[in-house]
Design a protein around this ligand. Structure first.
Ligand code: CAA
Length: 385
């Protein structure tokens, strides 16, 4: 066992760090306040090859490992979690799902431009449509229906909380095809956003990750060609679960980045802010906070990297991914709250960034499976042993 990164992994981390500092930091407060989607930043991520990091070069990807993806996600999330969630969804949920379960034709048509993040010079990304108004954690309770009409499926229903909802060109939609079969009566489909009958709802006015575009999406008699179904009939729920298992490594890394971004700001602030005649870092009350932050962040980082390493080595990463997500997201919430506290009154205003990081942290405990869902996954695994 060794803990050293390869030269390539270190280069990726540095490239992500430079990108975040130079391209994401300017304007991040304004994008948050005005809910501006970071289109320019995502286009630049595409140029860097970060929108299809783990996809084979044969399909337009960068052919990198999951460890590199974790490193890049941490660096970008330190500065701008609205940009990193867009990257995470495209990489982990959309590209990974298509590369592993799509047909050759689906990969040629959709995966290749999605991994490149652009098509004909325009942004080209995907979204993952599982959640519904009444199907969040209980993902089997799908109400969106896809009725087999011979050479196409007729899709009707509403999806909620969809990241990349309006900016995506391609949706991976999970829908019920036979409501008597439970999770075995569910399928996954590739749906082009510009198909007749697809309606994008209003942008959600969120607490955090306000730059990311979250929408509800309605489907009214949308005709989905048969060849756009992913996998065998009834594979949709397993497709969603397998895809989300990897997605959770991405969100764990996002949470890790939010935590380490807040910690770095708290540390720097504690070195320059004076109170009672000395820099506040020299007060034990602050030192102990910083020590606990650093320890929990390091534990989160190791958990993210272990899950990524397991994925890269063909091992089952469902448990380690869920553990990493629940631990890193709870760390992010705690660290960011403490980072605001270290900053005192300055932490409560926007210019110091930590209040935004605190708001951004919250969603990592909710999306791609709440902390409670992660505990279901972990609990079931533990009980099997
Ligand atoms: N891999 C493969 N198969 C799996 C699996 C996995 N990780 N997890 C479950 N399955 C299979 C089971 O083996 C079972 O198959 P069989 O019937 O053949 O035995 C089938 O799927 C049903 O599984 P369960 O009985 O475990 O299903 P459940 O109803 O008890 O639900 C759950 C389990 C873990 C709670 C699941 O519903 C879940 O993960 N819910 C959360 C959903 C979620 O993460 N939503 C996030 C939305 S996407 C998002 O946030 C993206 C974004 O935009 C940021």
């Amino acid at each position: 066992m060794h803990f050293t990164l390869t030269e390539e992994q270190q280069m990726i981390r540095q490239a992500a760090r430079d990108f975040a500092q130079q391209q994401c930091l300017p304007g991040v407060i304004e994008r948050d306040e005005k809910q501006i989607f970071p289109r320019e930043q995502v286009m630049q991520l595409a140029e860097l090859g970060f929108m299809g990091m783990m996809v084979s070069p044969a399909y337009g990807g960068s052919g990198l490992d999951t460890v590199s993806y974790v490193l890049a996600m941490e660096e970008i999330s330190k500065i701008d979690a609205s940009t990193s969630v867009c990257m995470s969804v495209n990489n982990s949920l959309v590209c990974w799902g298509l590369e592993n379960y799509g047909t050759e034709a689906q990969k040629q048509k959709y995966l290749t431009p999605l991994a490149q993040g652009r098509k004909n010079g325009e942004l080209y990304i995907g979204a993952f449509l599982l959640s519904e108004p009444e199907a969040g954690s209980d993902a089997t309770s799908q109400h969106t229906s896809a009725v087999d009409k011979g050479d196409y499926y007729l899709l009707n229903g509403i999806k909620n909380w969809i990241t990349n909802g309006s900016s995506a060109s391609v949706y991976l939609v999970i829908a019920q095809t036979d409501n008597t079969l439970g999770s075995h009566g569910i399928n996954a489909f590739i749906v082009e956003k510009n198909s007749p009958g697809v309606q994008v709802g209003a942008k959600e006015n969120k607490m955090g990750i306000r730059g990311s575009d979250t929408h509800s999406i309605s489907f009214i008699d949308v005709k989905v060609p048969k060849e756009n179904r992913i996998g065998d009939d009834g594979f949709g729920f397993k497709f969603a679960m397998k895809t989300l298992a990897g997605g959770r490594i991405g969100i764990a890394s996002q949470a890790l980045g939010i935590a380490s971004g807040a910690y770095e700001r708290a540390l720097a602030y504690s070195k320059q802010r004076k109170a009672f005649g000395k820099e506040i870092m020299n007060h034990q009350a602050i030192q102990f906070k910083l020590a606990d932050m650093a320890t929990r962040i390091e534990a989160s980082r190791l958990m993210c990297l272990k899950a990524a390493w397991e994925k890269d080595n063909g091992l089952d990463y469902t448990l380690s991914g869920s553990m990493a997500k629940v631990y890193a997201s709870e760390t992010a919430m705690w660290v960011t709250t403490e980072a605001v506290q270290v900053h005192g009154g300055y932490g409560y205003v926007k210019e110091y960034h930590v209040e935004r990081l605190m708001r951004d942290a919250k969603i990592t405990q909710i999306y791609e499976g709440t902390s409670e869902v992660q505990r279901i996954v972990i609990g079931r695994s533990v009980l099997k042993d």
